[in-house]
Design a protein around this ligand. Sequence first.
Ligand SMILES: Cc1cc2nc3c(=O)[nH]c(=O)nc-3n(C[C@H](O)[C@H](O)[C@H](O)COP(=O)(O)O)c2cc1C
Length: 329
Amino acid sequence: MADLTTSYLGLKLKNPLVVAPNPLCEFVGNLQRMETVGAGAVVLHSLFEEQVAIDNLGPKALQLDELPHNLRHLPQADLFTHDAGSYLAHIVQAKQVLNIPVIASLNGYYAGGWVEYAQLIEASGADALELNVYYLETKGTVSGRELEQMYLDLVTRVKASVEIPVAVKLSPYFTGMAYFLRKLDETGIDGMILFNRFYQPDIDLDSESFVPSLALSNQEELRLRLRWTALLAGKLNADIAITGGVHDFGDVVKCLLAGGQVAMMATAVLEHGIDYLAEVLAGLDKWLDDRGYASVGEINGRLAQHNVKDASALERANYMRVLKSYGKE
Ligand SMILES: Cc1cc2nc3c(=O)[nH]c(=O)nc-3n(C[C@H](O)[C@H](O)[C@H](O)COP(=O)(O)O)c2cc1C
């Protein structure tokens, strides 16, 4: 049996398989089962900024015209299963029964309330905080540079306001990705989670309207994450976690080879059930054993760009080669 222990955000994990935020994390019983079948850590479902806004503004908050202009998109409160207060209670309860690290998650885009809630989350006992910054600029009034600065300011403020480790979950849609992630790293952030998935609305032909549509991930999506992880691993102080398309033990191995500290899973747990985590861990352990590796540390980052002689597969050169290879295999 290989040594699966690893560290993530300065926390000691018994293995690198982490449950990503998903609805199963809303129930303490599920979190306990995740621990029992082997999860290295759990990230709770998010507390959304809109919930924080409701909380701050009191019972009248649902009068949309009273809300700050930039929160007028506020969905109905009953869309959310937890208001801010019960989210904090959920952290307390989870911490009471779990031994593995419990990472809380704040999800939003607007700076108001984040610092206060980050501190409340810390006070509730969370071992770390994940910031999921989801901002979609649609009006054409904010430049890429301004947007990036917004992220940097937000992360800097939150990081300075708590003692627990802070990680940020990012979208893949930055023009100068390597530059931006380097700037983000300079804020002293503890981890980066690559990458958020976005849910695009679909068009319903019967009602001839846009409808929200939740599509779970597929394994193809992992490649974008593997590439950026391999390009950046070893060049940042922050740990890298991979989310998006991690479906089986082979995907976890790939995340580790590319240089991710941990691999996160949501879709596969929703599709196969919580006990599937044990199968994934057994697969990881067997793969390491079969190849004579004594620990995950031995493979971590082996395929990161700075560790391989020919990293052209990660660069633009690969693009032409792949296109030209069509039909030749
Ligand atoms: C139903 C559902 C709910 C989710 N809720 C959250 C959430 O509350 N906060 C968050 O940061 N990510 C959330 N995610 C995103 C997942 O944590 C994960 O990053 C994403 O699904 C990619 O991983 P996967 O390919 O393993 O699904 C959710 C995903 C799903 C499918």
